[in-house]
Ligand binder design. Structure first.
Ligand SMILES: NC(=O)c1ccc[n+]([C@@H]2O[C@H](COP(=O)([O-])OP(=O)(O)OC[C@H]3O[C@@H](n4cnc5c(N)ncnc54)[C@H](O)[C@@H]3O)[C@@H](O)[C@H]2O)c1
Length: 330
């Protein structure tokens, strides 16, 4: 294995993964820069050419002929597809935001699958979401294609992805790893970091609120549980899953926590706002992560010391608006 292409390389996970893989592999970094064009990162990030040099190609995965030409030229062994609209709140916005999310994510995946379907040697790795299972289940979730209760249009696209993958594996024997991932937390200098009510994710938002002396915003009563993984563990896992192994789903998370318990580790300055999501509070999320446990011997845990270490990497006093403005039922 020599060559790896990351689609969505300019993003939060993509850039961190790229900097790790480029030490060992020939890399191609694809991104259409949609994210950096619509939302400013809390941390300063270099322009893509400085970040990736000649390895960067500005490309929209929705443009199949450009994607095909670019990939034909590079001839990758592995494609890591991260180039999707990944905000659940954004996907519940205006009609145009909803339509964009569905088109961008589902046609993007279709294009990547159409490309690999006649190229048996390419392994596709994709990051899905633990949210495809929903947060109302009482049973223990296995690693498997039992995604049936998405909480947003974004999560619906991840369910589509899973059905696409199963089908393309069955019909064309495509080699696909779908990582049903928990919420990624962690601060890395030089990497993008989202903070606003739409694109910021929960632990990172708490850290940014805390460093700026803003109250941590909890939705509902804060008893909802979620699955989590640290950014460097997420990258470590992907590096361990590069070899193809048929069609497989891996639950990529290390811990499950109530949001309230994480907030208490970070700051007592907290505020509660009505939950914009339709979900059961105090849910009993339980899930298996056997594969990840076998790969990560010492995962980075959500402890006050580890959280403080990441918080201290953040600059203070940025003039930012962190409010969540959407109600998903409107
Ligand atoms: N960050 C998390 O907590 C988390 C949790 C679960 C799953 N995921 C998934 O992991 C993947 C990466 O997430 P992230 O946090 O790095 O997101 P991100 O938004 O920071 O990065 C995604 C990148 O993809 C690019 N992109 C979007 N549409 C594209 C298109 N049509 N063509 C080319 N590039 C496109 C964006 O410009 C952006 O740079 C996403 O699929 C996301 O759904 C992330």
């Amino acid at each position: 294995m020599e060559k790896i292409c990351i689609i969505g390389a300019d993003g939060f996970i993509g850039y961190s993964l790229y900097t790790r893989l480029v030490k060992k592999y020939k890399m191609l970094a694809i991104d259409n820069l949609w994210k950096r064009n619509i939302v400013t990162s809390y941390l300063d990030i270099q322009d893509p050419v400085t970040r990736f040099g000649k390895n960067f190609i500005l490309l929209d995965v929705l443009n199949f002929s450009s994607l095909k030409n670019t990939l034909d030229e590079f001839n990758p062994d592995v494609i890591i597809h991260l180039g999707q609209q990944r905000s659940a709140p954004y996907s519940m916005g205006t009609y145009n935001d909803r339509k964009f999310t569905i088109e961008n994510n589902t046609i993007g995946t279709l294009n990547v699958l159409e490309y690999i379907k006649n190229k048996k040697n390419i392994h596709l790795i994709h990051i899905g979401s633990m949210g495809v299972y929903g947060y109302n289940n009482l049973h223990i979730l296995e690693e498997g294609d039992n995604a049936n209760d998405p909480g947003s249009l974004y999560h619906i696209t991840k369910c589509f992805d899973q059905i696409y993958f199963k089908f393309y594996n069955k019909n064309y024997n495509c080699q696909i790893t779908d990582l049903h991932q928990g919420i990624v937390w962690g601060v890395e200098n030089g990497n993008r970091l989202d903070y606003d009510g739409d694109h910021g994710t929960v632990v990172n938002r708490f850290l940014i609120q805390s460093i700026n002396n803003l109250p941590l915003t909890l939705y509902g009563d804060g008893t909802q549980k979620r699955a989590f993984i640290h950014l460097s563990d997420c990258v470590e896992c992907i590096c361990n899953f590069l070899q193809p192994n048929g069609y497989r789903i891996i639950n990529q998370f290390t811990e499950i926590y109530r949001l309230q318990d994480i907030a208490n580790m970070i700051d007592i300055n907290q505020t509660y706002i009505p939950n914009p999501r339709i979900e059961k509070l105090n849910n009993t999320l339980e899930a298996k992560n056997i594969t990840v446990k076998s790969v990560l011997k010492n995962p980075i845990k959500l402890t006050d010391i580890n959280l403080m270490q990441d918080k201290l990497k953040l600059p203070k006093n940025r003039n930012i608006d962190m409010e969540c403005k959407k109600l998903w039922t409107s």
